[in-house]
Ligand binder design. Structure first.
Ligand code: GDP
Length: 197
């Protein structure tokens, strides 16, 4: 799946700009600096993909990529960056809300959480929105290389507990690192299973 071509489709700053739905769609979300670009690049084996999303002007947009003609990958704008003013936060929330509401082919949102920090209140706000919209999501812990094994286990346990009463949460929590590639094959497998469904 990820061995084939990956092409930029579109950047959407608002709902009218969303590209037509095509195939199975997956989206990646997380706080700014969570390691989303690095993980998307590790997942797809392409350094250019998420760089596009870091291009000034495209950072507040949904960025769509075609993966092998069968999958659409959506890089969602990072949230929670302290310096962003309130109106921008509201614009982000509106865009995400409208996108999630109307996207019938969106199979799953991969919710990236920094394994060193765990779920922050802004993350739980986003999870609330996903639960409300009944959009399936899977938590992916990032930067697993920065923690000891015991710390990782404690983080997974705490996260599992926090997710236990959330209806749209997928039960499996992935622990990943784009530094040492851990969890990246498992993430690929998780995506591949969505295509097989
Ligand atoms: P984004 O803002 O979510 O797209 O995050 P980036 O991928 O740009 O990464 C943000 C920062 O985290 C950078 O300084 C990266 O070097 C660092 N980072 C990204 N992935 C990892 C990882 O797997 N392990 C560690 N230790 N640091 C990482």
């Amino acid at each position: 799946l990820f061995a084939g071509a990956a092409d930029f489709i579109a950047s959407a700053p608002n709902v009218p700009a969303l590209p037509p739905m095509k195939g199975v769609e997956i989206a990646f979300a997380g706080r700014s600096n969570v390691g989303k670009s690095s993980l998307v690049n590790a997942l797809t084996g392409r350094n250019t993909l998420a760089r596009t999303s870091h291009t000034p002007g495209r950072t507040q947009q949904l960025n769509f990529f075609d993966i092998g003609g069968r999958l659409t990958l959506v890089d969602m704008p990072g949230y929670g960056y302290a310096a962003v003013e309130k109106t921008k936060v509201e614009a982000w929330t509106d865009l995400i809300h409208d996108y999630l509401k109307g996207r019938a082919n969106l199979a799953r949102v991969f919710m990236l959480i920094d394994s060193r920090h765990g779920l922050k209140s802004i993350d739980t706000d986003v999870l609330d929105g996903l639960d409300k919209a009944a959009v399936s999501y899977q938590v992916v812990l990032t930067k697993g290389d920065a923690l000891k094994k015991s710390e990782i286990e404690a983080r997974i346990e705490k996260t599992r507990e926090a997710l236990s009463k959330r209806p749209a949460a997928y039960p499996e929590i992935l622990i990943t690192s784009s530094r040492d590639d851990r969890g990246v094959p498992e993430l690929r497998a998780s995506v591949a299973r969505l295509l097989a469904e």
